[in-house]
Structure formats: C-alpha cells, structure tokens
Design a protein around this ligand. Structure first.
Ligand code: PLP
Length: 229
C-alpha cells in the first residue's frame, strides 16, 4: 500500500479507537516519524495534510529540514540527544520529546534563538524499567521538573515514553497507565501540561486507551525501515 492509503487507514483506526475509549472530544495529533525516509516520502505524507514530523538523528534531520524548507511543517526531535547537537536541535526543531538530563535541557535553553518562541518539550520517562537506558524514573519526575521549569526558553508540555517491549495489548496498556497517572498528578499543580506522547505503530490502540495526545507513527505509514532501528 502507498503512503496515502496507509495514512487513511491509520486515521480511521484512530477514529475507531477514540470512540471505543471515549476520547471523541480530544485532539490526538499524529506525528509522522520520518527517520531514514527520503525528502520525497516526507513530502508525500505532507501532501495528505499531515504537518508534524518526528526525527531521531540530528544531522540527517537538519539536512532534510533545509532541503524541504517548509515553514508549515513542525519538526519534533524524538531521539537521544548528544550535547554537541543541542545547538542544531535548538535552531531547527519546534518540539523535543526526549528531555531526560538537566544538562541537555539547559543547553537547549541557552541555544534557543532569542527570536524563536520557547521550545516545546516533554520529559522522557522510562516505564520499561532496566530494559532501556534513556528516560528518567517515574519517582524522579517531580525533582526533575523543578529543575527545568525555570528555563525560560523551554515550554514544558508533558511526558513521553518509548513503547513497552510487549506485543500484548493489556501489558502495553498497563505500562502506559503508569505514565498517564503521573501526568494527571502533575497537572494538579501544572494544569498547562497538555501532552502525553505515547503510542507507535505497534501500540497505538493501547496508547489511545491511556490518554495519548500525540502518536509517533513511522512503520505503519511508510512500511518497515531497512536499518534496524
Ligand atoms: C522510530 C520511533 C517511532 C516510530 O516507531 P514505528 O514503530 O516505526 O511506528 C516512535 N518513537 C520513537 C522515539 C522512535 O524512535
């Protein structure tokens, strides 16, 4: 199937899931994960009406962003962040989903151009325990947020997590429930938090069931990636 047909399919699955989980009033944004994809593929997805794109590798992304040169596209950085890449990320992206170190948050804040709006950021949570090195533990979230919330050029929007490794719906749902609960607690003192970035091609339905406001979908749109990432 082509990109356009895949996107039609995904949109209809999102609609069905929104009805099933009583979320018809909510906006759930589809982020097209375009790592390893060509400029041509990105433009095809854009032409279907999608304008939020997610990239994992800074250099690859910046090269494509410059060529595509489309101010209507919002670029989301969703990969691990190396300190020497913070300047480029701060210059070329609208969102960063993978904040899990104070030092990186500070560098992004300091490198954000004065005339750009604050960078939208999510704190990455490690919900899968030891299996992944990135993301902070749920019990560390409060302290972490205290340290980054004064950074003027960052706008904290919510939480993000990678998929649980399981293919089982109930296991996925249980693991997403933890981050949902965490966000709900944070919202009591920070009602402006509006983003739960969970859900990929393999666990979109469980994510919608547990309150996702942003889905990050690659494979289901473009087919499987050649590189093992
Ligand atoms: C690659 C990636 C995705 C997309 O995963 P698919 O299975 O291709 O939909 C989502 N989030 C992150 C952080 C990724 O690295």
């Amino acid at each position: 199937m082509g990109i356009k047909a895949n996107i039609t399919d995904i949109n209809s699955n999102i609609c069905i899931a929104k009805v099933r989980y009583h979320r018809t009033k909510d906006v759930i944004k589809l982020i097209v994960v375009s790592k390893t994809r060509t400029v041509n593929e990105i433009n095809k997805a854009y032409q279907t009406g999608l304008s939020h794109f997610g990239e994992n590798y800074c250099q690859e992304a910046v090269d494509k962003i410059k060529i595509i040169d489309n101010p209507s596209i919002k670029w989301h950085f969703i990969g691990p962040i190396q300190s020497n890449k913070t300047k480029q990320i701060a210059n070329y992206f609208d969102w960063v989903h993978t904040i899990d170190r104070i030092k990186i948050a500070q560098r992004l804040n300091d490198a954000r151009p004065e005339n750009s709006p604050p960078m939208n950021v999510c704190v990455q949570i490690n919900i899968s325990g030891e299996t992944s090195k990135s993301g902070i533990k749920l019990q560390e979230v409060n302290d972490f947020i205290e340290e980054i919330k004064h950074l003027k050029k960052l706008k904290l929007r919510g939480l993000m997590a990678l998929p649980s490794l399981s293919n089982d719906f109930n296991t996925q749902k249980k693991s997403f429930a933890k981050i949902r609960l965490c966000l709900e607690k944070l919202k009591k003192t920070m009602p402006e938090l509006d983003t739960l970035s969970i859900g990929t091609s393999q666990d979109m339905e469980a994510a919608i069931a547990e309150g996702a406001t942003m889905l990050r979908i690659g494979t289901a749109i473009f087919g499987s990636r050649n590189k093992n990432i």
